[in-house]
Structure formats: structure tokens, C-alpha cells
Design a protein. Structure first.
Length: 226
């Protein structure tokens, strides 16, 4: 018996739904609340934080304040961050969300970095930000494509999970942005520091060949990031 075109389409749609890979980053919660608690004696290991007894939860577990002000400063790059994640709002545990405020001085830079566990959605509140991310070039693994925009208040830009990206204040006044993540703990890997300030250090021979630089230059870069 021949299957009509509509039947084939429906079947393929159903199969693609059940057999397509899952793209959720934090696991979906199996309970209404799972307030994080630091319990070094817990015998159950989970991918995240251990839950405390829901009967002991209170409104403060789901509350944080202070996002209206600048956070911890990184003077050498001219930016500061104020983070709200599962580590300071335990009610975020298992919910798969977090938020960061970043303030950049003129010519302030959030250097090349990645978030291994989350995509990032940035919204400009003040100032002018040049933001971009690098995507691998499918035709040549030694090249990448740059996706970038110069953004003003109200503009929104999304950065896919795990891709190297940056934010740079190209304006003449301070800039502020909010970054939302689809993870309670997105993580961050600062590319330059990770490479040149690792402990123990990567062999000079490796870095010199990798970056096609003289070893003297590698040593100078180590000093800058140490």
C-alpha cells in the first residue's frame, strides 16, 4: 500500500521530534523548587547543587538585590561585572537561568572568552558597545567567521553557546549591558589568561609554534597575564 505525501510528511515530523538531539543545556527540573544548599556531607551527587528540604525554603532564596550598581572591577581591562547565578541566589538551582550586569569604561573591554554551558543574550542599557562572536568556518578549520554589531541602548544580540566572543565600549562614556544566560551557572573561560597564565604553564615551545611567535614574545605575554 502506498503512503500518501501528507502521511510521509507527518511520519517524518514525528520521527524527527523523537530522534532529534536534545539542545537543552541545564536539565529540566522535576520538582517546583530545588533551593541549592552547600552540603559537603551529602551522599548524593548531582549535576549542580544539592536541594534543601522544600519545607525550609523561603522568599529570600529566590531574591537578590544590588543589580542596580556596578560589580567587581577588573581594572586592567576597564570593566566590572555583577553576577546573579546559583551561587548567590540559591533558588535558581535547576531553573536554567542567570543574569550578569557588565559596566565598561570608555575603551573598556570584556576580553575574548567563552561560556561553556550557556548561550548569552545581551541587552544594551547605556552607551555604545561593539560586540561579536567567532564561529568556525566549516570549509577551513583554521579560519573563523566574525559576527559583530555596534549596538546602542535597547539593542539585543545573542551569542551561541561555547563560542568565543567579546564586548568593547567604543563610545566616549560609560556603557552598561545586561547578559542573560540559559544556565544557572554558565561558567566563563577567559581565552588570553587561560593560555598565558595557566598553572603549571604550557611549554614555551608549544605556544611559540601555536601562535607562530618568537619565544621572547611568549615570555613577555606570560608577564602581562601573570
Amino acid at each position: 500500500m502506498k503512503m500518501c505525501g501528507r502521511g510521509i510528511t507527518t511520519t517524518l515530523a514525528i520521527l524527527s521530534f523523537f530522534f532529534s538531539p536534545a539542545y537543552a543545556y541545564d536539565l529540566n527540573p522535576l520538582q517546583d523548587i530545588c533551593v541549592a544548599i552547600n552540603d559537603s556531607k551529602a551522599s548524593v551527587l548531582v549535576n549542580g547543587k544539592v536541594c534543601k528540604d522544600p519545607k525550609l525554603a523561603n522568599a529570600d532564596d529566590f531574591f537578590a538585590s544590588g543589580l542596580n550598581v556596578s560589580g567587581n572591577a577588573v581594572p586592567q581591562f576597564g570593566f566590572a561585572v555583577n553576577i546573579v547565578d546559583v551561587n548567590n541566589m540559591p533558588g535558581l538551582n535547576t531553573l536554567g537561568i542567570s543574569i550578569v550586569r557588565a559596566d565598561l569604561e570608555p575603551q573598556g573591554l570584556v576580553p575574548l572568552h567563552t561560556h561553556p554551558r550557556a548561550s548569552e543574550l545581551i541587552t544594551i542599557l547605556e552607551g555604545t558597545i561593539y560586540a561579536g562572536f567567532l564561529a568556525p568556518d566549516a570549509a577551513n578549520v583554521f579560519k573563523s567567521r566574525l559576527f559583530s554589531k555596534i549596538m546602542n541602548p535597547g539593542d539585543v544580540f545573542v551569542i551561541p553557546q561555547g563560542l568565543i566572543h567579546f564586548q568593547y565600549n567604543v563610545g566616549h562614556k560609560n556603557a552598561t549591558l545586561l547578559a542573560s544566560f540559559n544556565s544557572q551557572n554558565p561558567g566563563v573561560v577567559m581565552i588570553p589568561s587561560s593560555i598565558f597564565a595557566s598553572d603549571p604553564p604550557i611549554l614555551d615551545d608549544v605556544l611559540a609554534k601555536d601562535f607562530q611567535l618568537d619565544k621572547k614574545v611568549i615570555k613577555e605575554l606570560r608577564k602581562k597575564f601573570s
